[in-house]
Design a protein around this ligand. Structure first.
Ligand code: FES
Ligand code: FE
Length: 393
């Protein structure tokens, strides 16, 4: 693996093995998915005591629960008896978690309540479900499967004003879609990180966002936008992502990008989509890119937010989950139309599903060789630098 990593030529795409070799995939699971913070969902998905949902990828299954006291917990869905999955439903409401195999039962905070016919000296208190590190950012639920998770302190401090401005604690999730992509997870993430493909592949997106323009034109729009008298918290940028993150800390990034002139939001024709988020008082013709950890991305329009998460199911299959958020007081029918609001990223992700799967087909060929990246793939290059660094034995 060291040889493969050392042979990588900066400015080019990765070699085939990175997308097809199972040893590399196992290393990715260990060094990325079991180490970094992952966005798993939103508090509004489990509003009542006893509500739960599963978050699953590769071989892992995690139960996110709401306890009697209102606390949100993340528990490994692996029975402490002989390891069976306990929770088989994807979501629901329950008083306790009962293993379907020998019926050990657990509380919603993971405590073992009962284990049938075990000897008197069996210590129930030492056999609760393993808890997973959990952090709430507003209502967004993040988990880390690491024993000692990466610190989120700098991110929390640095982005506090941003979270307040967009009202992260006053949003609700109105829709989640899962897109199954027949490709290695990195091809999906790389695709998300560059807009070189936007003009040919995403006509709808390119009619709304300036990010699809060639660099010189995009910069003209950006400079013009930054000269407008918009809120400083909204327009700031911070770059602590991927290889730029501090040692021991989770990476994050925030920046604001203009939309095309006259566009207000990510809708057909750029028309307003819902009531304004948080403390936003007007449209400024732009949208923010936010990244927390290497796998969770958010695009914040002034009136709604879209979350994107990429997770592997196996080496050759991954899923992209898209989440749509609005102000918690927004009402469907009055403030927003669900179809209008979800249209852009549904149509865009359906197109990505196809182009990324086609990318994998070609990468699988005996004749595939790494190709030269363009200037518009600079962010993707940061991802690749970081990726190779975390993969090093
Ligand atoms: Fe769960 Fe036996 S494996 S009770
Ligand atoms: Fe795309």
């Amino acid at each position: 693996m060291s040889e493969l990593i050392n042979n990588y030529q900066s400015g080019y795409s990765l070699g085939q093995s990175f997308y097809t070799n199972d040893d590399i995939y196992q290393k990715e699971i260990e060094n990325i998915f079991l180490k970094h913070w992952i966005f798993v969902g939103h508090a509004s998905q489990i509003p009542e005591h006893g509500d739960f949902f599963l978050f699953e990828f590769d071989q892992e299954s995690i139960i996110i629960t709401r306890t009697k006291t209102g606390e949100i917990n993340a528990l490994l869905n692996v029975c402490r008896h002989r390891g069976s999955h306990i929770c088989l439903e994807k979501k629901g409401n329950t008083k306790s978690l009962i293993c379907p195999y020998h019926a050990w039962s657990y509380n919603l905070d993971g405590k073992l309540l009962a284990a049938r016919n075990m000897n008197d000296d069996f210590d129930k208190s030492a056999n609760g479900l393993h808890r997973v590190h959990l952090e709430l950012i507003g209502g967004l639920i993040f988990i880390s499967l690491a024993e000692k998770p990466l610190s989120l302190k700098s991110m929390q401090a640095d982005l506090k004003d941003t979270f307040d401005l967009f009202g992260f604690d006053k949003m609700k999730l109105i829709k989640q879609n899962t897109y199954h992509i027949r490709a290695n997870w990195k091809l999906a993430v790389e695709n998300y990180q560059e807009c070189y493909h936007c003009t040919p592949s995403h006509r709808e997106y390119s009619e709304i966002h300036a990010a699809a323009l060639p660099p010189a034109k995009r910069n003209q729009h950006l400079e013009a936008y930054l000269k407008t008298k918009t809120n400083a918290v909204r327009t700031r940028s911070c770059d602590c992502y991927f290889d730029l993150a501090n040692e021991g800390e989770e990476g994050y990034q925030y920046s604001r990008e203009p939309l095309l002139p006259g566009m207000k939001s990510g809708t057909a024709g750029g028309i307003a989509a819902s009531r304004l988020l948080g403390n936003i008082t007007d449209y400024d013709g732009a949208a923010s890119d936010l990244m927390i950890g290497p796998l969770s991305f958010f695009l914040i329009y002034d009136d709604h937010m879209v979350g994107y998460r990429f997770m592997p199911l196996s080496i050759a299959k991954c899923v992209c989950d898209i989440f749509w958020f609005v102000h918690e007081a927004a009402e469907e029918g009055n403030d927003y139309d669900l179809k209008e609001l979800t249209w852009l990223w549904d149509v865009t992700t359906q197109a990505d599903e196809e182009i990324v799967a086609n990318n994998q087909k070609g990468v699988n060929s005996h004749f595939y060789r790494p190709g030269k990246l363009s200037e518009m793939e600079g962010f993707q290059q940061h991802f690749l630098n970081w990726y190779l660094k975390v993969l090093k034995p």
